[in-house]
Design a binder for this molecule. Structure first.
Ligand code: OSB
Ligand code: MG
Length: 374
């Protein structure tokens, strides 16, 4: 394909309820949406990409303004030669951007937009491209840190009554053993897991081992992003299976984590690892090594949620992911909303990766928009 135009839209979407994790409280999602217009075999086609980066570099080193800068100044220009030669494909994007170190969320959004355009031009759904045959995936929900345990129990009850099939509780110092105990006592059989977003150190090992009493599916990223060895040591001191999120940034780091005993389960987030194609490679590595995976999220709009739902249909995704309905985060999504159907999210089967945004809702949510020529 040849890129004709790239529009970088910054959206501001209010969250239905504040989302508190060990790293921040968010009340609004500011998110970069890429609209890429390309020419494929003489016809114009639009591809949509969504970037996982938050406004502050508190989940990963990437952040919205940095993504905007690196995308315009360093990433898109590297696609220019292949684009003018009509040789650009989604499968070539990672290689063309390979000299730029890091910036995986920025690269992921570009690759998604190119892949979306490519599949739309070919009339192929992402689900088909991945070889997925399921029509739906079970839906889990990530529950933020609350002000009190009674409030937490209400929030969890609310999600369970909507049909969510698995609960993930965010934890941090001072909000860990007792809230988890309370939810487990109220719901002895509910699939339950916790996510610390790197809040602890190995010195907390015996404290965290108290979580072993609650029959959790997993503990996600208790230690720092770069503390792979410490995760392996912590895993030896707990029975709860160790799952990595932040530390796994590529198929190579996934393989290391598994082989070193730092991860028995992997949270695959396409945005964190540089895109859907690397996400698929992580899936393949994990399946090879007998490690289950699940699909994480970055409060995606319908654009990214559509791609995540298809990815999560791959066979290694045997643990319910953080693919909730649109109304978990947004009163009004920019696409047709994803809804819970008996505790599941339907996998789209229309051509492309993304769900297409409604132009009126997109415009209403847009706070800044810049045009970049490749
Ligand atoms: O650690 O999984 C995480 C949201 C933002 C940043 C990091 C994380 C999360 C979530 C929410 O847990 C996942 C979602 O439903 O999108
Ligand atoms: Mg996480």
């Amino acid at each position: 394909m040849r890129i004709r135009r790239v529009q970088l839209h910054t959206l501001a979407l209010p969250l239905v309820t504040p989302f508190t994790t060990s790293f921040s409280t968010q009340t609004e999602r500011r998110v970069l949406i890429i609209e890429l217009t390309a020419e494929v075999d003489g016809a114009l086609v639009t591809g949509w990409g969504e970037c996982g980066a938050l406004t502050e570099p508190v989940y990963s080193s990437e952040y919205l303004d940095g993504v905007l800068d690196v995308t315009a100044a360093h990433l898109l220009p590297r696609l220019a030669a292949a684009s003018s030669a009509d040789e650009l494909t989604a499968e070539s994007v990672a290689g063309l951007l390979g000299k730029v170190i890091g910036h995986r969320m920025a690269k992921a959004a570009i690759e998604m937009a190119v892949l979306d355009a490519q599949l739309r031009a070919a009339g192929q759904s992402f689900k088909d491209y991945l070889g997925v045959t399921l029509d739906r995936v079970p839906s889990g929900v990530s529950v933020g840190i609350q002000d009190s345990i009674p409030r937490l129990l209400d929030v969890v009850d609310g999600y369970l009554s909507k049909g969510y099939q698995r609960i993930k509780l965010k934890i941090q110092h001072g909000w860990d053993i007792e809230p988890v105990r309370a939810v487990r006592e109220a719901h002895p059989d509910v699939p339950l897991q916790v996510d610390a977003n790197a809040a602890y150190t190995l010195a907390d090992a015996s404290h965290l081992a108290q979580l072993d009493a609650f029959d959790l599916l997993l503990i996600e990223q208790p230690l720092g992003e770069e503390d792979m060895r410490h995760h392996a040591l912590l895993a030896q001191q707990m029975r709860t299976p160790m799952c990595l999120d932040e530390s796994v940034v590529s198929a190579a780091s996934a393989k290391d984590a598994i082989e070193w005993g730092a991860a028995a389960i992997i949270n695959i987030k396409p945005s964190r690892v540089g895109g859907y194609l690397e996400a698929r490679r992580i899936h393949d590595v994990a399946v090879d090594l007998g490690v289950p995976v699940w699909c994480g999220g970055m409060l995606e709009t319908g654009i990214g949620r559509a791609g995540n739902a298809a990815l999560a249909g791959m066979p290694g995704f045997t643990i319910t992911g953080d693919i909730s309905a649109s109304d978990r985060f947004y009163t009004e999504d920019i696409t047709e909303p994803f809804e819970l159907v008996e505790g599941h999210i339907m996998i789209p089967d229309a051509p492309g990766v993304a769900a297409v945004p409604d132009p009126v809702r997109l415009a209403a949510a847009t706070v800044a928009s810049t045009s970049v020529s490749p």
